[in-house]
Ligand binder design. Structure first.
Ligand SMILES: Nc1ncnc2c1ncn2[C@@H]1O[C@H](COP(=O)(O)OP(=O)(O)OP(=O)(O)O)[C@@H](O)[C@H]1O
Ligand SMILES: [Mg+2]
Length: 320
C-alpha cells in the first residue's frame, strides 16, 4: 500500500525546517537537529532537514518523525546491552535526553566492503589500499562483499562545517584525545551494539551494512550511547534478498537511506560545492516515501504520520 502521495505533497509545505524555541535552554543548531541544553537535560528537536555531502539541501516531509522514532525504537531494543541517553519522547520529532560529554570520535562500524564517498572503505580498496583505519584487508575482495569481520573504523568528530577524518585506534591513543582504557571500553560496547543491530536487522530481512555511534560520558564517567542509533541517516541498510540478486548480477544493491537524495543531486552535477539545486516536489515526496518505508521495514510497525503541523505542535507538546 504505502503512504498517500497527495498527503506527502501537502506535507511538503509544512515541514519542520528550523526551530527557535524559548525556555528550553541554550540553542545549538546541528545540520539536522536543533538542541536545547539546560543543565543535565538536552532537548533534541529532529527537524525535517536533510544533509548530503555535509550540506543541508532542503527538507523532506516526516523525515524528522521517522528518524526520531527509529532511534527511539532502537534505544529501547538495545537498552539491556548499553545504557543510552534517552529519557522521553514528548513529540514525534523530539527526544529529551541526558546531556553528556560526547567523546570526540565517531565509532563507525562496517560490515561490508562498500560505500561511495572519498573516505569509504570501498573507495580506498579500489585505489589499492589494504590498510584502512588500522585494519589490514585481504587482496581479491569484490565490491559489496562482507568483510572478514565487522570492523570499527573510527573517525575524528569534526568541528561544525568540517568533514570527519578517518583515523585508527593507534592514532587516537597516541594523540591522547581519548585514553586507551576509555577507547577500548567504548569499542567493546559499540561492538555489541552493532552485533545486535545486525542480528535484529536480519530478522527483518535486512542487512545493517554500516553505522556510526556517538558515545558520551555521564556525570559519573559512565559510558552512554548518545545521539541517534541505527537510523537511515546514520546507517546503511540493504534488503537481504535484493542484495543477493544484485550481487549475482554484479550490480549495486539499493540502500534504504538518503542515498536517493544524494544520487539525485549528483545527477544534477552537485556534490557539495557550488550552487545547490533545489529539491523538486517529486524528489521530496519520493525521499519521504523511502524514509517511511525504512521506518516500517526496520521496526515492523506501521508508520502513523502526525498530520498536526509540526511548527506549532512541537512547542505545544513541550509545554511552551
Ligand atoms: N546526549 C547528548 N549529549 C550531548 N550532545 C549530544 C547528545 N546526543 C547528541 N548530541 C549532539 O547533538 C548534535 C545533534 O545534531 P546534528 O546531528 O544535527 O549535528 P551535526 O550536524 O551532525 O553536527 P555535529 O557535527 O556537531 O555532530 C550532535 O552534535 C551530537 O553530537
Ligand atoms: Mg549528527
Amino acid at each position: 500500500m504505502g503512504i498517500d502521495v497527495k498527503l506527502l505533497e501537502e506535507q511538503c509545505s509544512r515541514t519542520l525546517e528550523r526551530t527557535d524555541l524559548q525556555g528550553l535552554g541554550q540553542r545549538i543548531e546541528g545540520k539536522v537537529r536543533d538542541s536545547y541544553v539546560d543543565g543535565p537535560r538536552r532537548t533534541i528537536v529532529v527537524s525535517d532537514r536533510v544533509s548530503c555531502f555535509d550540506v543541508v539541501v532542503g527538507t523532506i516531509p516526516f523525515k524528522g518523525q521517522v528518524l526520531n522514532q527509529v532511534a527511539a525504537f532502537w534505544f529501547d531494543k538495545t537498552k539491556d546491552i548499553a545504557r543510552n541517553h534517552l529519557i522521553d519522547v514528548p513529540d514525534p520529532n523530539v527526544s529529551v535526553v541526558e546531556e553528556c560529554e560526547i567523546l570526540p570520535i565517531e565509532f563507525v562500524y562496517r560490515g561490508y566492503l562498500t560505500g561511495v564517498s572519498n573516505t569509504s572503505i570501498w573507495t580506498a580498496y579500489e585505489r589499492g589500499e589494504r590498510e584502512y583505519c588500522g585494519h589490514t584487508l585481504p587482496d581479491g575482495m569484490t565490491k559489496h562483499q562482507p568483510l572478514p569481520e565487522a570492523m570499527l573504523t573510527p573517525t575524528t568528530k569534526a568541528e561544525h562545517g568540517a568533514h570527519d577524518e578517518l583515523t585508527s585506534r593507534a592514532a587516537i591513543i597516541e594523540s591522547g584525545v581519548v585514553s586507551e582504557e576509555l577507547y577500548d571500553r567504548a569499542a567493546a560496547l559499540t561492538g555489541k551494539m552493532f552485533a545486535e543491530g545486525q542480528r535484529f536487522a536480519a530478522t527483518r530481512g535486512l542487512i545493517l551494512v554500516d553505522t556510526k555511534y556517538e558515545i558520551g560520558l555521564d556525570a559519573d564517567g559512565e559510558l552512554v550511547v548518545a545521539d541517534e542509533i541505527h537510523t537511515p541517516d546514520s546507517s546503511r541498510y540493504w534488503y537481504r534478498d535484493v542484495y543477493e540478486q544484485a550481487m549475482s548480477k554484479a550490480q549495486d544493491p539499493p540502500a534504504l537511506d538518503k542515498e536517493y537524495v544524494r544520487s539525485w543531486l549528483a545527477d544534477q552535477g552537485y556534490r557539495g560545492d557550488g550552487e545547490q539545486p533545489e529539491l523538486t516536489l517529486a524528489v521530496r515526496c519520493e525521499a519521504a516515501r523511502r524514509y517511511i518505508e525504512a521506518y516500517e521495514r526496520v521496526t515492523g510497525l506501521s508508520f502513523e504520520p502526525d498530520l498536526d503541523p509540526p511548527a506549532e505542535r512541537v512547542p505545544r507538546n513541550l509545554g511552551l
